[in-house]
Design a protein around this ligand. Structure first.
Ligand code: MN
Length: 320
């Protein structure tokens, strides 16, 4: 396990820095990447943020989001590569081709299931990867700008469910407070992430909530989302962000799940839990991973197939 000092030395020593966000990017990976990008630029380094998939429109509020590229060759031209918030190589998208091929590939992440694919691995179970980036940038003695601070704030606010999830620690709140003291525009971030649901997303929420079913005496709740529902609502796949929480938030529910069809015959599985039942191990059964109370994976077939497979796995794993 690498220290902040080791990571800082590698970054300082590099003439150019290529930063990798995970596929289906969320605000933690994008915010962490952009904060590091702001630092790197301030040091006069050639730098680029790579993401295989497009950045959701509402993240345009984060300064630098418009610079994120899917150009793998441009990333490859950078001396030091850094993955942020990527639990395993599969999350890197096209950038996975550089794993094991580069002298310096830093892996900065907060997923306990992280596969340690980097040449240096800074993995800590924190509320958000953005918290680790905050520590790193402060350790390097950088005066965080409000623009970079807002990127970190977005990652922290979203990964902790607006400071509601049990991954919120006193340290999380101290970092958020410190970012506010640095003059970030917190209102603008909250407005963009939480108070601007498009009509299409709102329609999708209604349709998706209507699919909820309960199992095992109401201890498990499952939502499904088919491509056809997206089409009917005119919504994008990323409009499903956060919907899984409605399942786990139902009174008496221990595990909430969303099974979302990504392509015909291919579904993404999002899992949330509270209390006694960790879901990271369950996610690992579905080629995934994550945290104790929030994890994800993949399952073949239709959403109905995925639901049957999930229920069977839950029954077996928790002896229901
Ligand atoms: Mn994260």
């Amino acid at each position: 396990m690498s220290s902040l000092t080791t990571i800082a030395d590698k970054l300082r020593g590099a003439a150019s820095v290529g930063i990798v966000c995970h596929v289906n990017p969320d605000a933690d990976t994008v915010g962490s990447a952009l904060a590091l990008w702001h630092w790197s630029k301030s040091q006069g380094k050639d730098t680029v943020v790579y993401c295989q998939d497009g950045i959701p429109r509402h993240m345009g509020v984060l300064e630098g989001a418009q610079e994120v590229t899917a150009d793998l060759e441009r990333l490859g031209a950078m001396e030091c590569l850094v993955a942020v918030d990527c639990g395993d190589e599969g999350r890197l998208g096209g950038a996975a081709c550089y794993v094991g091929q580069r002298a310096v590939f830093l892996n900065i992440d907060h997923h306990g299931t992280n596969s340690r694919f980097g040449t240096e691995n800074l993995v800590e179970e924190r509320g958000a990867t953005a918290e680790i980036l905050y520590d790193l940038l402060c350790h390097m003695g950088w005066k965080l700008t409000p623009e970079a601070g807002a990127c970190l704030y977005a990652g922290i606010v979203t990964d902790t469910g607006k400071f509601c999830f049990s991954n919120t620690t006193p340290q999380t709140l101290r970092i958020a407070a410190s970012l506010m003291e640095r003059g970030i525009d917190a209102d603008r971030v909250i407005e963009a992430f939480y108070r601007t649901n498009s009509w299409e997303r709102t329609c999708l929420m209604g349709a998706c909530l209507g699919t909820m079913t309960r199992h095992f005496d109401g201890r498990v709740a499952i939502l499904t989302l088919d491509l056809d529902m997206l089409r009917r609502c005119g919504a994008q796949a990323s409009d499903s962000e956060g919907l899984v929480n409605y399942a786990v938030d139902v009174e008496g529910v221990e595990i909430g799940a969303l099974i979302q069809e990504k392509a015909p015959g291919m579904c993404k599985l999002s899992l949330r839990s509270r209390g006694r039942w960790p879901v990271d191990g369950l996610a690992a059964q579905f080629q995934g991973g994550g945290h104790r109370n929030a994890a994800g994976g993949n399952v073949a077939g239709t959403t109905a197939d995925g639901k049957a497979a999930l229920l069977a796995a839950i029954q077996e794993r928790y002896h229901l």
